[in-house]
Design a protein. Structure first.
Lengths: 257, 468
């Protein structure tokens, strides 16, 4: 028996297959998001089955999560990212009580009960300033990719102050900073710090113990350090952080939510 | 006539309406098919889901014909009083005089939503320097300028002081455009000092007697203006009658809220309940009819509770809702996401409390005005919310911020923190613009996550009880 989780996020589609006992990840992968979400998910799904020689007829249940979860017609059920991230992180870090998830479009602060269920959560509001989108916009403006942006940010000694609370205004601010001769490394570090401060604002006084960091932005070099600095607690990146949502969905497929 | 409760679209109402007519539906003179309001430009109605009862149809028709009612009243020689920022006090006084009709120009904040931005009202406000950094109630400016959505009132009153800063700024701009306003001041409610003479307000909060006396003196000015406009005195007996009628509306609403928010399954959708609650503050320009409309709705709810029926899904997560939304569609979204309404605090909970009727009527009205949640500390408001969350058995709290509204920027955080600490329930904060279509997926995710969290916690509690 197999269980599958699909996370149709704003930037990428992720798929994870679990074995019958829910203990072993049999296959996992991701592709860039696009217009035809279901076709992309299906293609990745089939490719993983093929590559890992998994028998499709053994699939018992598929759960979809993420921004595009309702587009995945071949999923048997949908569950939100909040619940799936909690399940996925719990699998990786059984003692986790606090999760920060920064994805392409959303950022989330999730608190867990001792049994791993969600106790409370907060999400960014309409603005994308506390999300991976802010890093993408900055990287684009600075002419580099996300990984390079993180590397460059780590060389900064004087992070720029990004005061705007809106990505659109912040982009204008970045243009101004570049025109004023501020180094790209300082701009990149300033943007990372701005995101971390947003997350700290969202978390408020509700941080219990160390923080598990997940979502694609957790892979950006330097983000974990700025987050630790903003939250003032240790922050640990969860293994394969961009896949925890899909992993959680697969786990919930197995347990029937 | 009373089929099984469910929510239906406007198109489905089009089919249902003639069926109800054939079955003998009796309607008031403002009755008729809902879809006719779309022809008047209320395009948003096409995107909403409605309760399928004749009582709900009457409620909607009553709401959507307010402009006609106001114009008819004016033509009949009645004087109109626009009671701005006044959440339920001056209308009680105005309706005590039989030749005055009060309404609530602030209600124009829903027009951009209902008419899907087709009126350009927000653009007019923009052009007057009141841009989107202000609360959507700025649409009211556009309504005054175009004079298309309500007749210009003969008297405009507006409370100032400890009210929303945004609204004061908007009203001042209106004043600068040449609309005379009778301002009356409401001070920030404070706790009485030790030994200071104090008064218990409706809702249970205490205030210094000196503050009540001050508000009373301000309301006396309003009273004199109303008397001048009506051309007759507003006597103590007339005020007492007015208070008793207002209390009758509030009693019906109190029972309606208790039944709707506590019964399982939920007997009435969140959207209709929001509209119903709003009648408490302005009577939708017809006090007597508002009582009949609400009584009709209450009877429908009683019937459903008795039969254990409701339009929503059984076992839905019980959500307590704080602040009204600018986009009505979001109320539907709660139910589509697996939630149901279980208690509300739409910024006018004081207008749902009965007005004291065994004391001097002006004193009673002053006490009620001072009980307004917006004029006191946010912590007071949070305390009342916590109390009602428990009373209605809510499993999660949703705080809807009003974009640009100055009382909401910090108030939401204070309420969220206190509710979390006191009730240990999950709390979600959202912000809803006048048209939220583009945000629908993100709002849905937040609602569904809140529902999942609440249901999971319910399951945990059930297991814990069984374990014992």
């Amino acid at each position: 028996m197999l269980y599958a989780g699909i996370d149709a996020g704003s930037r990428t589609v992720k798929v994870v297959f679990l074995n019958a006992r829910g203990k072993a990840i049999l296959a996992q992968g991701l592709v860039d998001q696009g217009v035809h979400q279901e076709a992309l998910a299906r293609h990745l799904f089939d490719r993983l089955l093929r590559e890992k020689k998994l028998d499709q007829s053994r699939i018992r249940k598929v759960v979809a999560t993420g921004y595009g979860r309702n587009q995945i017609g071949f999923a048997h059920a949908t569950v939100t990212e909040i619940t799936c991230q909690a399940a996925g992180v719990r699998f990786r870090r059984p003692r986790a009580r606090t999760i920060v998830d920064i994805g392409g479009q959303d950022s989330k602060f999730i608190q867990l009960d001792a049994d791993g269920s969600v106790r409370d959560f907060a999400m960014n509001d309409r603005c994308a300033a506390g999300t991976g989108r802010f890093l993408e916009v900055t990287a684009g403006r600075l002419g580099m990719d996300l990984s390079a942006l993180g590397e460059v940010a780590q060389t900064s000694r004087d992070p720029a102050r990004i005061s705007s609370m809106c990505v659109v205004f912040a982009e204008t601010e970045i243009v101004g900073l570049l025109a004023a001769g501020v180094k790209p490394s300082d701009i990149a570090a300033g943007v990372q710090r701005s995101i971390a401060q947003r997350i700290a604002g969202m978390a408020g006084r509700n941080i219990a113990g160390s923080v598990c960091f997940t979502g694609g932005v957790a892979l950006v070099p330097g983000m974990v350090q700025v987050l630790e600095s903003a939250l003032k607690v240790p922050v640990r990146v969860v293994p394969d952080p961009q896949l925890t949502g899909a992993l959680g969905a697969a786990l919930l497929a197995r347990t029937g939510r | 006539m009373n089929d099984r409760p469910k929510t239906i679209t406007l198109e489905e109402w089009e089919v249902r309406y003639p069926v109800l007519r054939r079955r003998g539906l009796v309607e008031p003179r403002y009755g008729g098919p809902l879809c006719r309001h779309v022809d008047d430009g209320d395009y948003r109605l096409r995107k909403l889901r409605y309760d399928n009862s004749p009582a709900a149809l009457r409620l909607w028709n009553f709401l959507l014909t307010e402009e006609t009612r106001l114009r008819e009243a004016k033509r009949a020689g009645k004087k109109l009083v626009g009671t701005m920022k006044d959440l339920g006090t001056v209308p009680v006084m105005a309706y005590a005089l039989d030749n005055l009709v009060a309404f609530y120009p602030d209600g124009a904040w829903w027009i951009p939503c209902i008419m899907e931005m087709s009126t350009g009202m927000l653009e007019i406000a923009d052009s007057l320097g009141i841009n989107e950094s202000f609360c959507p109630v700025r649409a009211m400016l556009g309504a005054f300028v175009t004079q298309k959505h309500f007749p210009i009132p003969d008297l405009l009153t507006c409370s100032v002081g400890a009210v929303c800063d945004d609204f004061s700024a908007i009203a001042q701009r209106l004043n600068a455009l040449g609309f005379d306003i009778l301002w009356w001041e409401i001070p920030h409610r404070r706790k009485p000092e030790p030994g200071e003479p104090a008064v218990v307000l409706p809702g249970g909060f205490k205030a210094p007697k000196s503050q009540v006396d001050f508000v009373r003196s301000e309301l006396e000015r309003v009273r004199r203006a109303l008397e001048k406009l009506a051309g007759k005195p507003l006597t103590r007996e007339m005020l007492q009658d007015g208070i008793q009628t207002a209390n009758a509306v509030r009693r019906v609403l109190a029972e309606l809220r208790t039944l709707a928010y506590r019964s399982e399954p939920c007997p009435m959708p969140a959207l209709e309940m929001l509209i119903a609650e709003m009648l408490a503050i302005h009577f939708c320009s017809d006090r007597a009819e508002s009582l009949d409309v609400l009584t009709d709705l209450l009877n429908e709810v009683r019937r459903r509770v008795q039969k254990k029926q409701g339009p929503g899904r059984p076992g839905a997560a019980k959500i307590f809702w704080v602040n009204p939304v600018a986009d009505l569609q979001v109320m539907n979204l709660l139910e589509e996401s697996g939630g149901r309404i279980a208690g509300t605090e739409y910024l006018f909970c004081h207008a749902l409390d009965e007005i004291p009727d065994r004391i001097d009527p002006m004193d009673a009205l002053a006490r009620m005005a001072l009980a307004d949640p917006m004029v006191g500390p946010a912590a007071d408001r949070a305390d009342r919310i916590c109390r009602d969350v428990v009373r209605f058995g809510a499993e999660a709290v949703l705080i809807s911020r009003i974009p640009g509204a100055s009382h909401c920027a910090w108030e939401g955080s204070v309420i969220a923190e206190r509710v979390r600490t006191r009730t240990h329930l999950p709390v979600l904060e959202i912000e809803v613009p006048p048209i939220s279509d583009a945000m629908n997926p993100t709002l849905r995710t937040r609602f569904e996550a809140l529902v999942e969290t609440a249901l999971k916690q319910r399951k945990g509690k059930t297991h814990a009880v069984r374990g014992h």
